[in-house]
Design a protein around this ligand. Sequence first.
Ligand code: PGA
Length: 253
Amino acid sequence: MMQPRSNQARPYIVGNWKMNGALADIAILAAIADAVGSDDSIDIGICPPATLIASFAMQCGAMDIGAQDCHAATCGAHTGCLSAAMLKEVGAAFAIVGHSERRAGQYESDADVAAKAHALHAAGMGAIVCVGETLAQRDCGDAIAIVTAQLAASLPALAATDWLSVAYEPVWAIGTGRVPGLADIAAMHAALRATLVEKLGEAGKGVRILYGGSVNPDNASGILAIADVGGALVGGASLKPESFLPIIAAAPR
Ligand code: PGA
């Protein structure tokens, strides 16, 4: 499926495989797709490396396949990059943009992220815009101000938002096994909601805000029960059915 199937009233669980996975891992995708079946109460996405999008898109059942990034331009002299339309053509329904590993490793700015989200929308795809603070920023007590400013600057200037999701991913929680306290997640998500409403008006109330950073089968139900947590962006635990499926099962619906 190439159009995102998102319905903002449903929880949204997305697996980010990062630079992991090979063609043989289609068996893992098939196992997850089989177990999920056609469950209308939830939206599920998996973002494999770009090399696997085409083959995964043919085996994903009721799930959506997404990309982990895209270029903001539609075509041109951008060696090594992929446009939203190229990703869509091979089966991606959406893409993650502004992941902290790209902001840090590829020096992507908030403006770059907003342009990428805009390009996804123009291509008829969904976008998950990622934001999050570093440990130093959290320790300074500035996390909420920094992350809400990051979101405001990373949002494309478009009011229609059924295609848009946000992921709050504290940089220090990614891949570390550390997660913020539930009250801290709740406070950040409430602040991000306020920013969405400020920027997008009424439409901002419906945008799903996912939490990401060391989500696992043990902590998923507590995190997913928080008001304004509309789902989870899952890295390491999405690589295996035995850790990804319990997270899907933990989503309230
Ligand atoms: P993690 O990664 O679940 O392995 O912490 C989350 C992410 O980076 O999206």
